[in-house]
Ligand binder design. Structure first.
Ligand code: ATP
Ligand code: MG
Length: 595
């Protein structure tokens, strides 16, 4: 059976049992600002579980797109993904435990449906505590299906209780279904509650029968609901006889693509396997986030930040595998073609997905290598300590675009920790400063002449860096002149700069603008500035303090300022003219516009 067939079978089964088919809701919750993503099939249905009438009736079924960032560290094991599909069915005050358990059992074991061997199944039910009784009803119902008693485990609240979603509201016991993988019991008490891997959870039936009051009491609910969720990837893994969700037909084409792009073999070493799984998982999640009708784009806040983290983490592991720049859209293409039938939004948003991936990869690839070098330096400076300080972590974030989680992960690989609180303080401090800057600029009048000059000034630094990037270190500033309309930059270079080279330089500067990195300033003495790799006119006297302006990972230059606060303010950079200025000196005139 393929994953596609499983999705269809599940829906068909519940359709035959009188359930209306609903469409997967967005991955970005529409009516719930308290969570970033839809994490379960029931999430978009909360109002109906609370009693509101659903327009499609009291029995529903669907395949819901889910994203769980909380599982990101587990990605790469056999059973956890950040994005996965949850197959679900609901009874909104309609049938209850009896039908729900009979349906689950039939779907799992009937040869017409999944045809799983009952001997391979195990179940858990709520053991009871001071708030609610042991769920004997579910136990008896499983027994009546023919399940032997030793295959039913009574587990406590932490395993077999759901909700309420907030402090008060519907909640109740659940009963979970597991595949017994056949592995040896890890200990005499081995049960589905332990994570030794003997039992793999595939389905969860939640029975909402209580209302938790503000006083903390559990009173019987008037409208009793059933809410179930089956993991598509885990179930297909079992049906295809595989030991990991990554070895199913959902991931094989992706892994093949990654193999082709990296020249490495899946399974070659544990490290390669894990890295390939992470790349596949994260790009798949990114495709679904970018392809959603309520799409997010990479940014530094909320969902956009998670998306950025996923893409950047994929890039880091991709690079570790030796994949060349530009691999993210290539892998993404495979995801889109694989899911085009089930999720047509991916096809509709295909160009957007690829564009955004390309842009984010460009932004990050530029600074990644440099950032990793900087990280090594930071580690080298740690004499005896085992903790990377907050300021250094903030520098990696601010200048090289390293999400803090990534710095923490890199540190962990070296047995080190990061002062995350210190990072957050540095972050807040920086926000305060840039806010103050913005207010001051506002007082000076928006878009006045000095502001335009500051932007052109920043553009000049980027142009200088881009020229050195493409033409080499031979390029040195010989003169610069800025008017309100344009910049003029003279530099040493022995020949005419070709059209193609000018195109590259322009694109490089525009990339830096699109990356919207902050421009930061530090005062230091000339020697320290030179040692830090800053370029520029070294006119100052020995021992004098100079200002060094850093533009993300793009440029570091000695200069008096003033500058834009963020490269994004530059909007778009265009070279108007390249000509000879004097022997061995070229001149470029360029402008900033809205693009
Ligand atoms: P686990 O404890 O194994 O992480 P869970 O208790 O978090 O699972 P539920 O919240 O009950 O899982 O979700 C219902 C179903 O969704 C699970 O039975 C499983 O099949 C699937 N599922 C949950 N988390 C993931 C994940 N990160 N990747 C793939 N499938 C998942
Ligand atoms: Mg979990």
């Amino acid at each position: 059976m393929t994953a596609k067939e499983l999705r269809e079978k599940f829906i068909q089964f519940f359709q035959e049992k009188g359930h209306a088919v609903i469409k997967s809701a967005s991955l970005i919750p529409e009516n719930d600002p308290t969570v970033l993503f839809t994490t379960a099939g029931m999430h978009p249905l909360v109002p109906y579980l609370m009693g509101e009438k659903h327009p499609m009736g009291t029995r529903l079924t669907d395949a819901q797109k889910c994203l769980r960032t909380g599982d990101i560290d587990e990605v790469g094991d056999d059973a956890h993904l950040t994005f996965f599909e949850m197959l679900g069915n609901w009874s909104l005050g309609d049938y209850f435990k009896k039908e729900a358990i009979a349906n689950s059992y039939e779907f799992l074991t009937s040869p017409k449906w999944l045809g799983l061997d009952p001997d391979r199944l195990a179940f858990s039910v709520f053991a009871g505590d001071e708030h609610a009784p042991r769920d004997m009803e579910s136990y008896e119902l499983w027994r009546s299906m023919g399940v032997p008693e030793e295959k039913i485990f009574f587990l406590p609240r932490e395993n077999n209780w759901w909700g309420p979603a907030g402090i008060t509201g519907p909640c109740g016991p659940d009963t979970e279904m597991f595949i017994d993988t056949g592995k040896e019991k890890c200990c005499p008490e081995c049960s589905p509650a332990c994570d030794c891997g003997k039992y793999l959870e595939i389905w969860n039936d939640v029975f909402m029968e209580y209302n938790k009051t503000a006083e903390g009491d559990y009173e019987p609910l008037e409208q009793k609901n059933v809410d179930t969720g089956m993991g598509l990837e885990r179930t297909i893994c079992i049906l295809q006889g595989k030991s990991s969700v990554y070895d199913t037909d959902l991931f094989l084409p992706l892994l093949e693509k990654i193999e082709a792009l990296s020249g490495k073999r899946y399974g070659e070493t544990e490290e390669i396997t894990r890295a390939m799984r992470i790349v596949a998982d994260h790009i798949r999640s990114a495709v679904f986030l970018l392809g959603d009708d309520r799409a997010v784009t990479p940014s530094n806040v909320d969902q956009g930040y998670v998306l950025r983290r996923l893409i950047r983490r994929a890039i880091r592991f991709g690079m570790q595998l030796g994949m060349a720049e530009g691999f993210t859209p290539e892998v993404a293409e495979v995801v889109v073609s694989q899911y085009q039938d089930a999720y047509d939004e991916l096809t509709r948003h295909r160009d957007f997905i690829m564009d955004e991936l390309k842009k984010e990869e460009g932004r990050f690839q530029r600074t990644l290598r440099q950032g990793l070098r900087e990280f090594e330096k930071v580690v080298g400076r740690l004499k005896d300590g085992k903790e990377i300080d907050g300021i250094s972590a903030f520098h990696l974030y601010d200048t090289f675009g390293f999400p803090i989680e990534m710095t923490v992960e890199l540190a962990k690989e070296k047995g080190l920790t990061v002062d995350v609180e210190g990072f957050e303080e540095a972050f807040k401090e920086h926000q305060k400063k840039s806010q103050a800057g913005a207010e001051q600029r506002f007082k000076g009048g928006l878009a006045d002449q000095t502001e335009e000059t500051a932007r052109l000034h920043t553009a000049t630094h980027l142009l200088h860096a881009a020229l050195r990037h493409y033409l080499g270190d031979e390029v040195a500033q010989k003169g610069s002149n800025i008017t309100a309309e344009r910049l003029r930059f003279d530099f040493s270079f022995g020949r005419k700069v070709t059209k193609e080279e000018l195109g590259q330089v322009e694109a490089w500067v525009n990339e830096a603008i699109a990356a919207d990195v902050p421009v930061t300033m530090e005062e230091m003495d000339l020697e320290a500035a030179k040692a830090s790799g800053a370029i520029g006119l070294f006119e100052s006297k020995y021992g004098e303090k100079v200002k060094v302006y850093t533009i993300g990972g793009y440029s570091k230059e000695i200069c008096g300022g003033p500058h834009a606060a963020h490269t994004g303010e530059l909007k778009h950079f265009k070279i108007k003219k390249e000509e000879s200025s004097s022997a061995g000196v070229r001149r470029i005139k360029a402008v900033l516009n809205d693009g």
